[in-house]
Design a protein around this ligand. Sequence first.
Ligand code: SF4
Length: 402
Amino acid sequence: MPLSRSASQPTSPATPRAAGAGDVMDEGTTTCPPSKGTTTCPYCGVGCGVDITFSDGKPSAVAGTRSHPANGGRLCVKGSALHETLGHEGRLLYPQVDGQRVDWDCALDTLAERLAATQREHGQQSVAAYLSGQLLTEDYYVANKLFKGFLGTPHVDTNSRLCMASAVSAYKRAFGADAVPCCYADLECAELVVLVGANPAWNHPVLYQRLKAAKQRNPLLRVVVIDPRVTDSCEIADLYLGIAPGSDARLFTGLLAWMAANGRVDRPYLERHTQGFEQTLSAAREDDVSLAAIAADCDIDPERLETFYYWFANQLHVVTLYSQGINQSSSGSDKCQAIINCHLAGGKLGLPGAGPFSITGQPNAMGGREVGGLANQLAAHMDYDSPGAIDRVTRFWRARRG
Ligand code: SF4
C-alpha cells in the first residue's frame, strides 16, 4: 500500500478514486504537488489519523491529526516512522499482465476475460476475493457488490475472516447483529477495564496510552489483565490473572454463575432486554462452579479469582476489551459469548464506560463488516436468509445476480 501516489502516475481528473487507508488525500491539484496531506496509519486497529508533510513530492514528516477521534494527535513509534519505513521500492506501481507492463484498458479487459473464462470452465462460484483490512469502507462496498451482485459468487472475505469471525458470530448470536456496543471513549469513562487475550501495549499502542492516561486521571479506574503471558500491558494492571491457555471460557462462565449466586444479576435489565437467561445459567452450572474448582481449572490463585469476580460483579461501568487471544480459538465464538453474557447479566452494556469490546487488529476491519465483507453475509448487515434481503439488494444494486 503506497503512502503517497506515485509522482510519475498522476490520477486522471476524469477517473477519480476514493483514497484508501494509507493513501494520501492531497490538498493540491494534480498539476501542483501537494505540500501536505492526511491519511490513516495502516498498521493497527486503532486507525490513527496522520498529517503528512511532503518535500519534493516525497513524504518528509508525519504527525498525529489533532482532531482525529482515535488518536487526538498522538502517534506511536510505528506511526511516527511511517515516512521513513514506507517507500515505493518493490511495489506494483503500474498495471501488469503476466509480468509485463500494460495500460489500464488492457489490464481490465484481461482481468474480465480471465474471470469469465474461469467461471465458464469451473462454475460461477470458482472466483473469490480476499480483501485487506486497510481498505476504505467504500472500497469494500464496491468489491462486495461486484463479486456478489455481478459475478454471482458469495466468496468475498475480508481480513475479518481470519481475525474477527469469532467476534462477529458471537455478536450476532447475542444481539442479532454484528454491532460492537463500545467505542474508544468508553475506556476513558469506565471504572473497570478488563483486558482478555489482548496486549494493547504492543498491538494498539495509542489506545493503551489513552487507557494509561485515563488511569492517571482517575485513580479509581482499575485494570485487570487476563492472559497466560505476562505482557507489557501488565504495567498498568491492578490485578493479573495468568490463566492456563484455553481456560478463558471457564473463567467467564464461572463469573456468570458467581454473579447469580451472589445476587449480582440485574434482573430488571434481563427481563427487559434478554431471553434465555435461565438456560444460559443452567449451562454455566453444568461444571463445578465453586471458586476452588474454577481456580484449579484456570490454574490461578482462588483469592485473586474471587477479587476479579467481586470487582466485575460490583462495578457497573466495566469494559471488557478482548482480541485475538479470545477470537483465534477453535471455540472462539463461545469465549466471546461467555464474556458478552456476563455483561448482559449485570446490565453492564448500553451506557458510557461499559460493554463487551472486541477490538480489531486492522485499521478498517469493522468497515468491511459494515458492508457485508464476509462470505456468509450478503451486504450491510443482511444475511442471505434474511427475509427479502437478496431481492432488496439485487434491486438496489441493479445487479444481474443477487
Ligand atoms: S497506534 Fe496503531 S494506528 Fe496508531 S500510530 Fe500506532 S500503529 Fe499506527
